[in-house]
Design a protein around this ligand. Structure first.
Ligand code: HEC
Length: 163
């Protein structure tokens, strides 16, 4: 009885031997799948740390996104208030002088004076257009605009960006 039991165990062992090649194949396949997954995970993981240095870089000049938002707001306000109906942003003169390259330039004023275009001049030009009329243009064409300081700042940022 005992020997027959002992004989049975080598038989099961034999079955195991038959199974082993399949097991190895499965293990190899699994290893393959795992390595493929690991590679794809690594590939997925790679872009994740990449935006971090970029956001770290963009956070350094923190003003940039804010300035761009301000410029976009100024552009929208200029459209909404009809400024762009009289002023171009591409260098062409229209009813009023172009805004292209305006900021920082020296503007000749009716009466023989000249002024360097800065924030103060732009604020005055928007609130009280007849205070200093640009040479070659007529007064009383541009209406005075009661835009709040915040809106004026945005419009100035927009004009400033048009270089
Ligand atoms: C109906 C036409 C008209 C509209 C609308 C208009 N402008 Fe003008 N703008 C003019 C004319 C004409 C001049 C030149 C005469 C003068 O200096 O007042 C001028 C001059 C200016 C100047 C001075 C430009 C320079 O070359 O020195 C600025 C700045 C300006 N406008 C801003 C604005 C803004 C901002 C708006 C909208 C909120 C606006 N304008 C709307 C006609 C217009």
């Amino acid at each position: 009885m005992i020997p027959s039991n002992l004989n049975a165990s080598p038989e099961t062992g034999g079955r195991c031997n038959v199974d082993r090649p399949l097991g190895l194949g499965t293990v190899l396949l699994l290893a393959f799948i795992v390595s493929v997954l690991a590679i794809s995970c690594a590939a997925e993981a790679d872009p994740t740390p990449k935006p971090d240095p970029t956001s770290a870089q963009s956070s350094t000049p923190e003003a940039t996104p804010n300035v761009e938002r301000e410029i976009a707001r100024g552009k929208l306000l200029s459209q909404q208030n009809g400024c762009l109906g009289c002023h171009t942003v591409d260098g062409r003169d229209q009813v009023g002088p172009t805004w292209l390259g305006l900021y920082g330039s020296v503007e000749e004023i009716e009466g023989g004076t000249s002024v360097q275009v800065d924030d103060q001049y732009l604020i005055e030009s928007i609130r009280d257009p007849n205070a200093q009329v640009v040479r070659g243009y007529r007064p009383n064409i541009m209406p005075p605009f009661g835009i709040d300081d915040d809106g004026i700042d945005a419009i100035i940022a927009y004009i400033r960006s048009l270089q």
